[in-house]
Design a binder for this molecule. Structure first.
Ligand SMILES: Nc1ncnc2c1ncn2[C@@H]1O[C@H](COP(=O)(O)OP(=O)(O)OP(=O)(O)O)[C@@H](O)[C@H]1O
Length: 241
């Protein structure tokens, strides 16, 4: 039996001779984990490594004692991903088909997959969505549909990639409440510290390296101060006017 949670040891990732991530180590067992960093700091690459969508070029990563890139089907049942843009995630024309698909992939016969999909919709007050065509849903509703598709598979861990991007404030607040109520371990990547105020642990990435790791009240003020410092510097001052 391996360790519980997400165990990252000496993790690195290189592509086309370029180092995207290097020397990352952390044992993540908390319920609410945030990964912050600027654009291009390597957050999405780390998420893809945790999900097993790509394999490390250095070091190791284990999710609940398993190599996530080793057995994709076993990982589907343990770990769900919510991508930034639901349009990149949804493949089927109707809500029920979309939710049932993941369950069918896990090996559930179609009637059972559909029954489970209906149960998830009902449990989240969305039974009336069953036959709805996906293109009739708003962006926020599509995001909820993707979340329900993930929840149907009952993973212990859910990875969230900028889950509030492009959502208006009321939709954001509703989705936030939905996330808060979930028993799962959530790993959220974002460049927006406001999303992570209640996280138990924050990893801060810069240039593919871990620059800070600790509780939100300790790390987020440092991150905000550094983002404000960088934002205050005028990158054009060396240019001729
Ligand atoms: N397959 C790849 N080939 C080449 N470069 C890549 C590849 N994957 C990532 N990169 C580069 O690695 C760096 C980190 O990318 P990544 O998407 O992980 O950052 P990020 O922190 O998620 O950024 P953002 O907030 O903009 O989404 C970027 O400079 C990106 O261009």
């Amino acid at each position: 039996m391996g360790q519980s949670g997400i165990l990252i040891e000496g993790l690195g990732y290189e592509v086309a001779g370029r180092r995207i991530l290097s020397g990352l180590s952390a044992h993540l067992t908390e319920r609410r984990i945030g990964i912050v960093g600027r654009n291009g700091s390597g957050k999405t690459t780390l998420l893809r490594l945790i999900a097993g969508l790509i394999a490390p070029t250095q070091g190791t990563i284990e999710v609940e004692g398993m190599n996530p890139a080793g057995d994709r089907k076993a990982m589907l049942a343990r770990l769900g991903i919510l991508f930034q843009n639901p349009d990149h995630q949804i493949i089927f024309p109707t809500v029920l088909e979309e939710i049932a698909f993941g369950l069918a992939q896990l090996g559930h016969p179609r009637p059972e997959a559909e029954a489970r999909a209906r149960a998830v919709l009902a449990a989240h007050g969305r039974a009336h969505w069953e036959g709805a065509r996906v293109e009739t849903l708003s962006h926020g509703q599509k995001q909820v549909l993707c979340l329900l598709s993930v929840l149907a598979m009952q993973p212990a861990t859910i990875l969230l990639d900028e889950p509030f991007a492009a959502l208006d404030l009321p939709t954001r607040a509703r989705l936030h409440r939905l996330f808060d109520a979930l028993p799962q371990r959530l790993v959220t990547i974002t460049h927006d510290p406001a999303t992570l105020e209640d996280a138990d642990r924050i990893l801060w990435l810069e240039d593919g390296q871990l620059v800070a790791d600790g509780p939100a009240p300790e790390i987020l003020p440092l991150f905000r101060a550094e983002m404000a410092r960088i934002g205050a510097a005028d990158a054009d001052t060396d240019l001729p006017h």
